[in-house]
Design a protein around this ligand. Structure first.
Ligand code: FAD
Length: 510
């Protein structure tokens, strides 16, 4: 069947694509979103895994999106989106004494001082104060296409702050997180805590250019991260409802099987149901490797550096929360950072490089049902455990054979910190890198789509010639984690891509 011609067809209903859809539809364009899954939101979605129990499929904690004005600008509260602050945002529940990091920097420093001493607390304060303007710059730079002009424009404020030590700034940005951390903190516990955060985008903290990821902890002291009430997917559901309110059309369970591009006759998307939807432009919000495949662009498909996995997740249905011997106020609100030392982080990466799942991975435990009782019935809890690093390609066996054994290792890791935890588990749903690829289309299980290293950031993301949301294929645009500013729950690439598409659609009209 051939459908009527749209202004824009959007491939995929990930949260970035839905943001773009809202802005395009609000600007008066005729937009259709096609999603191959039955659920909207991709890695920002929540489903009923067990009767009456809502579980996130990907992300849980929303950080960057809370530094945008999307919620207010699109009036998402009217469409059911309500955030619970995650504050404190991290707790290190060690038996030596728990460190509690809250948005209030004084409270955090007070907690650090009580466990590691005043000097470490002051080091943390100074680290956060140093990285706050830099993080603001990064958040600002994420809002626009990564052109030299845009990056320079957002750097003006930063340059003012850094007056006097501008010459050292490039080195501060390019340095490995591990060396910045080692220079700042003397105590191995602080080194482990900050280092574990620095590992969250995928590159190990000893890699060049990772200091800014460690420094991005400053974000948490500007505004608490949030958890949508009812699960992460409530953001995507609100965006989809907002899009519908602007007259946009969204179909699920019908993915793109081909995208055609022609500078003369326009573009078209062919769907698995056999529809051919002609359009003036196509915006692909799926993984860029999938976009290249749909376009038949073999060279681009092979050039993207997707990496070999990052981590795995356990979604556990429990009859209790993990009980740590030393509790801190708000432990079950916060992300619980279970990490012993920088050596543990390095060893986990070493295992990964050898094609083995980390034997003793550092963990983040999240307990969303402790604060959001809409997620599980009385007497039940959802516990999410994120573990890192886990390669997609295993040296021995495959994930279907090793899933349960590796999941047991992760449970054992939590048990070490919270004795008795294993006994509280009623059932579990395991997401290895293979499962993330199968369920969410996250190739190699990379939750950031593409490696978040220096050769694939800013104007190089995802590839030279495919940056700034345009592609070499006439009429074909891209957004999502594959594009600047990268992965995570943010919506920035969706919004910036919509601006580019709107600009080009209006140019074409003339
Ligand atoms: C387990 C996990 C935990 C995470 N935790 C966090 C967290 O706590 N905080 C955070 O900020 N980030 C987190 N992330 C990362 C974050 O969720 C992702 O980087 C982000 O959601 C990617 O969004 P996106 O808009 O690029 O699209 P995606 O979520 O990748 O969605 C792409 C969509 O395209 C669809 N699609 C693919 N191919 C086709 C096709 N041919 N036709 C039609 N549709 C297609 C897919 O079905 C999918 O719906 C996590 C991710 C995972 C997986």
């Amino acid at each position: 069947m051939i459908s009527g011609r749209r202004d824009v067809v959007i491939v995929g209903a990930g949260h970035n694509a839905l943001v773009a859809a809202c802005y395009l539809a609000r600007a008066g364009f005729d937009v259709e979103v096609i999603e191959r899954d039955s659920v909207v939101g991709g890695a920002v979605s929540t489903v009923e895994r067990w009767p009456g129990v809502r579980v996130d499929r990907g992300s849980s904690i929303h950080v960057m999106v809370r530094h945008t004005d999307l919620m207010a600008d699109l009036e998402l509260a009217k469409f059911g989106l309500e955030y619970d602050d995650v504050d404190p945002w991290a707790v290190w529940p060690h038996r030596d004494g728990a460190i509690r990091l809250a948005t209030n920097l004084d409270d955090s420093c007070h907690s650090i001082a009580s466990v590691c001493g005043e000097a470490e607390a002051e080091a943390y304060r100074s680290f956060i104060e140093t990285w706050t303007p830099r993080t603001r710059w990064f958040l600002g730079a994420g809002r626009r296409p990564p052109t030299v002009w845009n990056l320079a424009r957002s750097a003006v404020g930063l340059a003012r702050h850094e007056r006097g030590h501008l010459a050292a700034l490039p080195q501060s940005f390019l340095e490995p997180a591990e060396s910045a951390i080692a220079r700042t903190f003397a105590d191995h516990r602080m080194r482990a805590l900050v280092g574990w955060w620095a590992a969250q985008s995928g590159p190990p903290p000893h890699a060049v250019g990772t200091a800014p990821i460690a420094g991005s902890m400053a974000m948490f002291h500007l505004r608490p991260p949030g958890r949508p009430r009812g699960g992460s997917g409530k953001l995507s559901e609100a965006l989809a409802a907002r899009f519908a309110s602007y007259g946009g059309k969204l179909r699920t369970d019908d993915g793109a099987t081909r995208i055609t591009s022609d500078s003369g006759s326009g573009c078209a998307v062919v769907t698995s149901a056999g529809d051919r939807i002609p359009s003036r432009m196509v915006l692909a919000g799926c993984h860029v490797v999938e976009t290249a495949r749909l376009l038949g662009d073999e060279k681009a498909r092979r050039s993207v550096r997707v990496g070999d996995g990052l981590g795995m997740v356990l979604r556990l249905l429990c009859d209790d929360l993990p009980r740590y011997p030393v509790a801190a106020d708000g432990t079950h609100t916060a992300m619980q950072f279970l990490v012993d030392s920088p050596a543990q982080i390095r060893a986990a990466y070493g295992d990964f490089l050898r094609g083995e799942p980390a034997a003793d991975p550092p963990l983040i435990v999240m307990t969303p049902s402790a604060t959001d009782r809409s997620l599980a019935p009385q007497g039940r809890h959802v516990v999410t455990v994120w573990a890192q690093w886990h390669p997609r390609q295993l040296r021995q066996g495959d994930w279907d054979q090793r899933r349960d054994q590796v999941a047991d290792t992760v449970v054992g890791g939590v048990e070490r910190w919270a004795p008795g935890f294993t006994g509280s588990i009623i059932d579990r749903f395991v997401q290895t890198p293979l499962d993330l690829e199968r369920e969410l289309g996250l190739l190699s299980g990379n939750v950031m789509h593409v490696e978040s290293e220096l050769d694939a950031l800013f104007a190089l993301r995802p590839l030279p010639g495919w940056s700034g949301y345009r592609t070499p294929h006439p009429g074909i645009y891209i957004c999502g984690a594959s594009t600047h500013p990268g992965g995570g729950v943010w919506g920035a690439s969706g919004r910036a891509a919509a601006d580019v598409v709107i600009h080009d659609l209006r140019q074409k009209r003339r």
